[in-house]
Structures are given as structure tokens and as C-alpha cells.
Design a protein around this ligand. Structure first.
Ligand code: SF4
Length: 429
């Protein structure tokens, strides 16, 4: 089952100069227990995508389209895709009509369920006395089971038609801004989806003890006493390799690595099923970086939780990710299994990104940086946004935005010439 499906997500920021198209239509899927690395240069929209998922966008950030399906049962996903396909191009009226048709079938079933429940309840209360109803409890239970199956199928269809597992449907206002005070989304944030923020150095409030900040997060979301939350915070400290006796220290008494571990403890505090780690090792020295990556791998193995690791450092995702999604200028460039993207790179931008990092184990080669600069996202280039910097660009690259091309199973490149360039990119490695 897919834990998270982001579909055609668009997030734009309003600034004086116009709209910054920070994320302009990205799609990806993260399965249960899987780790995906989201990579790309600074400013490509990685963190914006994460803030849209956690619904933490600043007030000038607006969702301009798309969906974020979270914990949608696979049977609903299947139905949703079928409906999306069959209603493609149809007016919103067609969807409304279908919703009305399913609801019309469902309503009498719900009515009958309620009536039979009441009848069953009465029969159970009258045990030993002369029954008022001729139906037997066993027959009523059987009918109720049949009704539950039938109603369940219709409810799944309604969920699929109305996108009821879409986080944006819960909290998006008409203008595309997010309702931060929405109780439903507050329950999901931290308990279901938590985040390790970029720059652990500044993520803790310097005037409160680190342990107290974790205790506060637990008490706010769970019905537990301060003492119970403190015990949980100590357990978490131990779990991430910080002595529980450090719980009463202030952030300035922690080293960079300890702060990052404490951030991980905070993200784990409420046992979420999905964690987003935004540049978890940036600003740490290489030895501490390595220890934190070992820690992340251990957590993945022990807790089997899904993760999205955001980084500009491809060596980080190589170590911890099952899949990689490469972003550039608010768009996806390449998505696939980590081994596929590293070994069979199928996009010129990914090739440039990989070529600018040294390999410790591979043969020595000159590092090549990508020429030029990331584009202005208020006025992004037409067609493929990478065309001003791409050595393979042709006329067509300036005209149409590339669609995803499946170059091998599960490996998608958003380049017009992905298949043509396949051998050339292999040769360049
Ligand atoms: Fe380069 Fe064109 Fe492919 Fe974009 S679509 S990456 S510009 S070859």
C-alpha cells in the first residue's frame, strides 16, 4: 500500500514581483516502510514540497493544484484511479452526478443498517422473554454483515470520488491557502507525519531545556501526564544515542551531532508512520554526518517507518534511500530506485548532479559542474526548465514540457530524449 501519493502538486509563493512557481506539478509515491531521497540544488522546491505535505507553508504560500493522498487503502486508490481515468476531460458535473448516484444507493443501505441494529439490540435485551420480532438474531447478524459489505463497497467508491484521503481536501481554503488551525490536520501532523527540520542548530528554543521541549510536544498531542512524557523523552534520548541524564540540558550545552539526534528524538516522539528529514546532515562535520546516517539507517530497520530525506548531497541519499526523486526548478527530472538512478542515469540534469560529486570508491575523474544558474522561478524558462543549461538541448526542448518516459520498469525520466540519450549518458559515467 502506498503510504503517501503526491499527485501533480503545485505550490506558488506570492511576492512583489509576481508568483514564484516553487513547485509546479510534481508527482511521486512513497510505500510503507520505504525511504525516498528528494534531491536537487538549493531552491529547486524540495523543502516547499515537504512544507506542503506537513501543511506548514508560510502565509504567502498557496497550493495551486494537486493532491496529497495519505494512508489511502489500496482498494480506494484503485477505484480513484479508475474514476480519474473514466472522468478525464469530463466536466465537474459528471463527477457530481456520479457522487449523487452512489450516495442515492448508499443512503437506504445505511437506513436499513440502523433499523436492523435497533431490532437486534431489542432482541438481545428481550432474551428469555417472548420475542416481539419473528427474525432470529443469527439471521439479523447475517443480514447486517451482508449490508456492511455492500455499504463498505459504496463508501470506498464515495471516498475515491471525493478524494477523502487527500490531506489538501481537509485543510485547503478556496484561495489555495492552508487552514493551519484545522484540528484534523493538527492531529495528523506530528502523530502521523513529523519532520526533522533543516538546521538542528536553530530548531530548538535556546531558553528552554531540550527535554522540556520534547515533553511539551508529547503532552500537547497525547493524553499523558508530564511524568509519563518525561519518561518517554528519556527513552527517546537513549534510543537516539544521547544519555538520558542530558534531558535537563539547554540546547547550547549540546554539540551539533547531539542536537541533530535530539531533533530525531523529537520527530519520533509520537511514533509517526512517516518522517520527513530536511537536510539532516547539512552543517555537520563529516564524522558526525556519518554517525547520523548510521542512526537513520538503524531507525529505518528497527521502526520500519517511511521516510523522505531531502538533501542536495547525493551521497547522503545513496546511503539511506530505496528510491530517488530528482527535482529541478519546481519539477521532477528523474524518479527511480536508487541503484537505477545511480547506475543507469537517464536525465542530463541528474548526470550533471552526479558528475559534480566525487566518488571515493569509483575511478578518479574530473568533477564537472553544471554550467549556468538555476532559473528565475517567477519567469521560468519555457518547455524543459533545464534547457538553458543542458548540453543536449534542441529546439523542441524550448517548446513543450517533457512528459515522464519509463526507461526501465519503475524508472522515469522527464526528458524528451531520455531514450535517445540513454547510451550517451552511460558513456559519460
Ligand atoms: Fe535537456 Fe531537452 Fe532533455 Fe530538457 S528535454 S533535459 S533540455 S535534452
Amino acid at each position: 500500500m502506498a503510504l503517501l501519493e503526491v499527485k501533480n502538486l503545485k505550490v506558488h509563493f506570492k511576492i512583489e514581483e509576481g508568483w514564484v512557481k516553487a513547485v509546479d506539478g510534481i508527482s511521486f509515491i512513497i510505500e510503507l516502510g520505504e525511504t525516498m531521497g528528494l534531491v536537487g540544488e538549493s531552491g529547486c522546491g524540495k523543502t516547499t514540497a515537504a512544507y506542503a505535505i506537513t501543511q506548514l507553508l508560510p502565509p504567502n504560500g498557496f497550493i495551486k493544484g494537486g493532491h496529497i493522498f495519505f494512508k489511502e487503502p489500496s482498494r480506494v486508490t484503485e477505484l480513484r484511479r479508475k474514476y480519474d481515468e473514466s472522468l478525464k476531460g469530463a466536466s465537474s458535473n459528471a463527477r457530481r452526478k456520479e457522487i449523487a448516484r452512489v450516495t442515492k444507493k448508499l443512503d437506504p443501505l445505511r437506513g436499513e443498517q440502523r433499523r436492523l441494529q435497533e431490532e437486534l439490540g431489542k432482541l438481545q435485551q428481550q432474551r428469555g422473554r417472548a420475542p416481539e420480532s419473528t427474525a432470529s438474531p443469527a439471521a439479523l447478524k447475517k443480514r447486517l454483515d451482508d449490508l456492511a459489505t455492500e455499504a463498505g463497497g459504496l463508501e470506498d467508491r464515495l471516498s475515491a470520488l471525493t478524494y477523502s484521503y487527500d490531506l489538501l481536501r481537509i485543510s485547503m481554503r478556496k484561495d489555495g491557502s492552508l487552514d493551519d488551525y484545522n484540528e484534523k490536520i493538527r492531529k495528523i501532523r506530528w502523530t502521523e507525519i513529523s519532520m526533522i527540520f533543516q538546521g538542528a542548530m536553530n530548531a530548538f528554543n535556546p531558553v528552554f531545556k531540550v527535554g522540556d521541549q520534547i515533553v511539551e510536544a508529547i503532552v500537547l498531542h497525547k493524553d499523558v501526564s508530564d511524568d509519563e512524557a518525561r519518561e518517554r523523552a528519556k527513552e527517546l534520548f537513549e534510543f537516539v544515542g544521547v544519555g538520558p541524564d542530558r534531558i535537563d540540558n539547554y540546547p547550547h550545552e549540546f554539540s551539533g551531532g547531539m542536537k541533530q539526534r535530539a531533533m530525531i528524538a523529537l520527530a519520533l516522539a509520537l511514533n509517526p508512520s512517516f518522517i520527513i528529514a530536511d537536510e539532516p546532515t547539512t552543517a555537520l562535520d563529516v564524522i558526525t554526518q556519518d554517525r547520523i546516517l548510521v542512526e537513520i539507517r538503524r531507525l529505518q530497520e528497527q521502526l520500519n517507518m517511511a521516510m523522505m530525506i531531502i538533501t542536495h548531497d547525493v551521497s547522503v541519499v545513496a546511503e539511506v534511500s530505496d528510491n530517488i526523486a530528482v527535482m529541478y526548478a519546481g519539477l521532477m527530472m528523474e524518479v527511480g530506485k536508487t541503484t537505477q538512478v545511480f547506475k543507469n542515469t537517464a536525465h542530463p540534469y541528474t548526470a550533471g548532479l552526479l558528475g559534480s560529486f566525487p566518488s571515493i570508491k569509483g575511478k578518479k575523474k574530473r568533477l564537472i559542474s553544471i554550467p549556468g544558474f538555476p532559473p528565475d522561478l517567477v519567469n521560468p524558462p519555457s518547455g524543459c526548465p533545464f534547457h538553458p543549461r543542458c548540453q543536449y538541448a534542441r529546439q523542441a526542448c524550448q517548446e513543450g514540457r517533457p512528459k515522464g518516459v519509463e526507461v526501465e520498469p519503475g524508472h522515469i525520466s522527464y526528458c524528451h530524449y531520455a531514450k535517445e540519450l540513454w547510451d550517451e549518458l552511460r558513456r559519460r559515467e
